[in-house]
Design a protein. Structure first.
Length: 393
């Protein structure tokens, strides 16, 4: 007969398994909001769509949730540790100071949660000192691209992705095949230089961020994967510099924007990138405003108004993209990013690899080192795509 398991040892060992954090919310009999923090939320079935959470039997909040018969699972983001702590406490003041609103069905929904899943109680099963509450999903959505909040060995933390890839949207399916080949080389660059390595492609008249590797640049607690930017000058020069047809379409799209007095001639940008074989951007106030606006749409969703605002901000960009050669080896530059092209078997550019999160004191020698390793990664991706031992040039 086996020895009884010591509860404290059980808790210690199981604490080595990290869990996501969710707030399960509902309404009490008087209509007031109720909620509890859970680390035991799981997907159960695809057909029918079922999920589950496991409340302790001593929980008075779970009694109210079960009595209502409906609940909303709010998957918390890395920025919502305070919300998790609020719902983990007792009493009836858990929602004080929190941003929330009733959903269309009346269930409390937390603002800026990573995702939410509304359910009706399907069944409840006994499980020792806990219950297993099975919920039948009635509606759900993912609200943004924030990284999730994690709980591990008694403390909160967040996911630091080695690599993430965009969801398989219809216009991205073929492009995501490129990511499968590029992923290990992106992770190698990110790890070697402690930067974020990005893979993006031209999809229609947009630049789409397909995947990232390494810790998100700029201290972000969310992923930018899936971001879309208008593919107009001066953005994405490396994606068009080796194709006359793509270049002309790229320049033509700029005609729909208001011309900017500070914008560089697109043909000159292309010539610079073709000559040196890589693309560079340096920081400017205009670029910071653009990045801030794009990040905001990542968290809140891209509206038609937001799309117009981003296009106007792109039109204000100027000489920070593809500046003249960095001549002084000892000069420091506020480098935003460096990108290199990836070619396919037809010697056409199908993707660009970019390093982001460069140190603010990067000099010419640093930039050349990033470029050398990025070009080597791009060469190996090209070889993987072409199935040959020689990279396309």
């Amino acid at each position: 007969m086996s020895e009884p398991i010591d509860p404290q040892h059980f808790r210690h060992v199981l604490g080595h398994f990290p869990t996501g954090v969710a707030a399960v919310t509902s309404c009490a009999e008087d209509g007031g909001p109720v909620g509890m923090t859970v680390g035991s939320f799981v997907s159960v079935s695809l057909s029918p769509p079922l999920v589950a959470f496991l409340p302790g039997k001593q929980s008075s909040t779970s009694v109210k949730i079960l009595k209502n018969g409906r609940f909303c699972v709010n998957v918390l983001g890395a920025h919502q540790e305070s919300e998790s702590r609020s719902f983990a406490t007792g009493g009836d003041r858990k929602f004080e100071g929190l941003e929330w609103a009733p959903s269309t069905t009346g269930l409390p929904r937390l603002k800026n949660a990573v995702a939410w899943i509304e359910c009706s109680v399907d069944s409840v099963h006994d499980a020792g000192d806990h219950s297993i509450v099975i919920g039948r999903v009635t509606t759900l959505d993912a609200a943004g691209s924030s990284l999730p909040l994690l709980f591990f060995q008694g403390g909160y933390g967040q996911f630091a992705p080695l690599s993430l890839a965009a969801a398989g949207e219809p216009d991205l399916i073929e492009h995501l095949r490129l990511v499968d080949v590029a992923r290990p080389f992106m992770e190698e660059v990110a790890s070697r230089h402690q930067v974020e390595c990005l893979a993006s492609s031209a999809v229609g008249d947009e630049i789409v961020l397909l995947a990232t590797a390494g810790t998100p640049a700029g201290g972000r607690d969310y992923s930018r994967v899936g971001q879309r930017l208008p593919h107009i000058p001066p953005l994405g020069t490396a994606l068009v510099a080796w194709s006359e047809e793509a270049k002309q379409a790229w320049i033509g799209r700029a005609a729909d924007s208001q011309s900017s007095a500070t914008r560089s001639d697109p043909q000159q940008l292309v010539d610079r990138v073709r000559k040196r074989g890589w693309s560079i951007a340096t920081w400017s106030d205009s670029l910071r405003r653009l990045e801030s606006s794009v990040d905001e749409t990542t968290l809140k969703g891209l509206t038609s108004h937001g799309r117009r605002a981003i296009r106007q901000l792109v039109d204000q960009l100027g000489s920070e993209h593809e500046p003249d050669e960095l001549r002084d080896a000892n000069e420091q530059h506020q480098i935003r990013s460096v990108s290199v092209p990836v070619f396919d078997s037809r010697k056409e550019v199908v993707m660009q690899l970019t390093v982001d999160g460069l140190p603010p004191d990067a000099g010419q020698a640093d930039v050349q080192r990033y470029v050398t390793h990025l070009k080597d990664a791009a060469k190996r991706v090209t070889q993987g795509l072409t199935g040959s031992g020689q990279a396309a040039r």
